[in-house]
Design a protein around this ligand. Sequence first.
Ligand SMILES: NC(=O)c1ccc[n+]([C@@H]2O[C@H](COP(=O)([O-])OP(=O)(O)OC[C@H]3O[C@@H](n4cnc5c(N)ncnc54)[C@H](O)[C@@H]3O)[C@@H](O)[C@H]2O)c1
Length: 254
Amino acid sequence: MTAHSMAGQAVIVTGGGQGLGRAFATRFAAEGLSVLVADIRHEAADAVAAEITAAGGTARAMHVDVTDEPSCRAMCEAALSAFGRLDILVNNASIFSTLKMRPFTEIPTEEWRQVIDVNLTGVFLASRAAVPAMKEAGRGRIVNIASAVVPMGRPNYLHYVSSKAGVIGMTRGMARELGGWNITVNAVLPGATDTEIPRETVSPEQRATLIASRSIQRPGTPDDLTGVVRFFASEDSSFVTGQSLVVDGGTVFL
Ligand SMILES: NC(=O)c1ccc[n+]([C@@H]2O[C@H](COP(=O)([O-])OP(=O)(O)OC[C@H]3O[C@@H](n4cnc5c(N)ncnc54)[C@H](O)[C@@H]3O)[C@@H](O)[C@H]2O)c1
């Protein structure tokens, strides 16, 4: 049996304006899906949508703040009105590459709240906005981008680790609530993955140590993740829900 084609389906990628979100958006577009690139930085979303369109794909860009409920609702309405359907939501938006690593005793409370708001509440709000259309269709896929820092218990990132642990819990609870409509909810837990965005928070020494801790000792790339996200978004995973899959070159084992 060949892989199921996903052409013609519609996907929203939050935080699609750069990095991994951009890689997910371009991969889906290359497979013939219509993509709504949603990002708080409209120009970045625009650039990714333009890149997709120039390559012959179908994409729309939208300014979306996942911490804002009306904005999440408008995002799903825009996908439905542009593409006539909403099959897949990839909850990828996050405060991540801009975070400074520091002991939790030094994390400003306001920064803690912001990270929880975007990385955890944002997944709740975007999912809640997408679910009515999926329930009506009797099918849907929610793919949450969590992180391998949770099973690793990585230090100096406590707000980030806590937010992603929350996403894993939410994935499980939401999977139970949505199974009756054939909506699956799964989490992908990437290890450190290089993107086009430089990450000043990780020193060259830390990076070398991370790579040495892997079973497959090389840097992670967006291409290591796009196929895994595609799997959870596709028919091939129709009996898989509530799961967390670590994609870190074999550093931690769940
Ligand atoms: N790259 C890695 O090493 C790595 C490892 C583990 C997990 N992750 C996770 O993968 C995802 C993507 O990572 P990345 O490296 O591309 O991160 P990134 O920081 O480069 O990109 C995050 C994107 O989210 C957008 N965003 C931030 N706040 C938003 C909001 N309120 N509403 C909408 N969009 C918002 C940003 O504008 C940006 O385009 C994130 O969830 C991240 O936590 C990344």
